[in-house]
Design a protein around this ligand. Structure first.
Ligand code: 13P
Ligand code: 13P
Ligand code: MG
Ligand code: MG
Ligand code: MG
Length: 371
């Protein structure tokens, strides 16, 4: 029997500024989802936060892209937005870009990561929650989990995953996708996903012959682009991801290991700066220095045979990640010293999606031709 795990998230108001979610918004979302458990729409849920982003983690039997589930998420965000407005929170309803729900939450502002899976005898899962960055921030860690033998020992020593995986990569500018096989196409894959503002890993699948059917995802990332929907800068597309672990997949520690390196991602202040992504426990996911640096939270779950979410375990709440946090602080300090200069500020091409074009437009008529 198949269970669907849906993580649907939105920034519906910050407290204060863009720093964190007010607890009353969490409570409001919990009330809406509790009723949905009572009436049988969903099996179980948890409401998580990372920075100013609110994430609804839900299990159900309605498959991906269910209008019932998406409508439920939209309702939870709408009710919490009402509370955000009452409290005068910053950017209340920021990511709700459409007035009325029309069957699918895709393209309406919220980010979505969903997978329909056949539960294994034991189903360990990690949900990742990022703030102050964008979907491409997952490229490096997901690559390392499923394709880098220096990260994932299992690729070398476990016969159940030695054959590698398939990566579904989206070109988010041209709206096209391609599937690449690892290890044989690792260099092609890296040629694309190294350009993380354009090519993003959407899903990872097993190969033929794996214990898990080859059309069942083992990882999925939200790839919604806010700028494209809103037509102007209103905040970054702070992403979420779901990764399954163990028995033929990366072990839990192999899923977390890439985050011991606080790699540089785009986002941070005004969605316009490069900075390190800091792995933190949920209570530390309150970006304040220059509205950052960017954060990632990892929540661990076992899904019970009835589809209950047994968790969360706050996985970066481990002193073994103190070094990564300290390194992120050092990198943040180093990057900040560049002020408005690249590569702290994003390259011109990526600044298109911010408020900078408005400034440049005003200078246009001052330019004169050099003979
Ligand atoms: P345990 O022996 O603690 O179950 O660990 C097995 C394992 O594969 C750890 O990566
Ligand atoms: P969010 O995308 O988290 O709302 O941040 C927007 C911003 O401009 C932070 O400086
Ligand atoms: Mg915000
Ligand atoms: Mg945010
Ligand atoms: Mg945002």
């Amino acid at each position: 029997e198949k269970i669907t795990l849906s993580v649907i998230k939105a920034d519906i108001g910050g407290w204060p500024g863009h720093s964190r979610v007010h607890p009353q918004l969490v409570e409001t979302a919990e009330e809406v989802l509790s009723k949905a458990v009572e009436d049988g729409t969903i099996i179980d849920f948890y409401v998580a936060t990372c920075g100013d982003d609110l994430q609804l983690i839900m299990t159900h039997r309605k498959g991906v892209d269910s209008s019932e589930i998406h409508g439920l998420a939209w309702k939870a965000f709408e009710e919490a937005t009402r509370v955000a407005k009452e409290l005068g929170l910053y950017g209340a309803g920021q990511d709700l870009l459409k007035d009325a729900f029309s069957g699918n939450i895709r393209g309406m502002g919220p980010g979505i990561a969903e997978m329909e899976i056949t539960l294994r005898k034991s189903e360990p899962v990690v949900t990742f929650h990022m703030d102050k960055t964008e979907p491409g921030a997952f490229n490096l860690p997901i690559f390392r989990m499923f394709a880098d033998p220096f990260n994932t020992a299992g690729l070398v020593i476990d016969p159940n995953m030695h054959m590698g995986f398939r990566f579904e990569v989206w070109d988010i500018k041209e709206h096209k996708r391609v599937i690449l096989n690892t290890p044989e196409e690792v260099y092609d894959l890296l040629a694309l996903i190294g350009a993380k503002s354009r090519y993003v890993i959407k899903r990872v699948f097993p190969k033929e012959g794996h214990k898990i059917a080859k059309d069942e995802p083992v990882a999925v990332v939200s790839t919604e682009k806010l700028f494209e929907i809103a037509g102007e800068y209103i905040g970054k597309d702070d992403p979420v991801a779901i990764v399954r672990a163990q028995s033929g997949l990366p072990a839990l520690g192999e899923v977390l290991e890439p985050f011991a390196f606080p790699h540089l991602v785009s986002g941070w202040m005004r969605g316009s700066h490069n900075g390190p992504v800091m792995p933190v426990a949920m209570h530390q996911a309150n970006p304040t220095r220059f509205d950052g640096p960017p954060r990632v939270v990892a929540l661990g779950w076992q899904i019970s045979p009835e589809g209950k979410l047994v968790g969360p375990v706050d996985l970066f709440d481990d002193p073994a990640f103190d070094g990564a946090r300290q390194k992120a602080v050092e990198i943040a300090e180093y990057m900040r010293r560049h002020g408005p200069f690249e590569p702290h500020r994003l390259p011109m091409e990526d600044m298109e999606y911010t408020t900078l074009p408005g400034v440049l437009k005003r200078l246009e008529e001052r330019f004169e031709k050099i003979e």
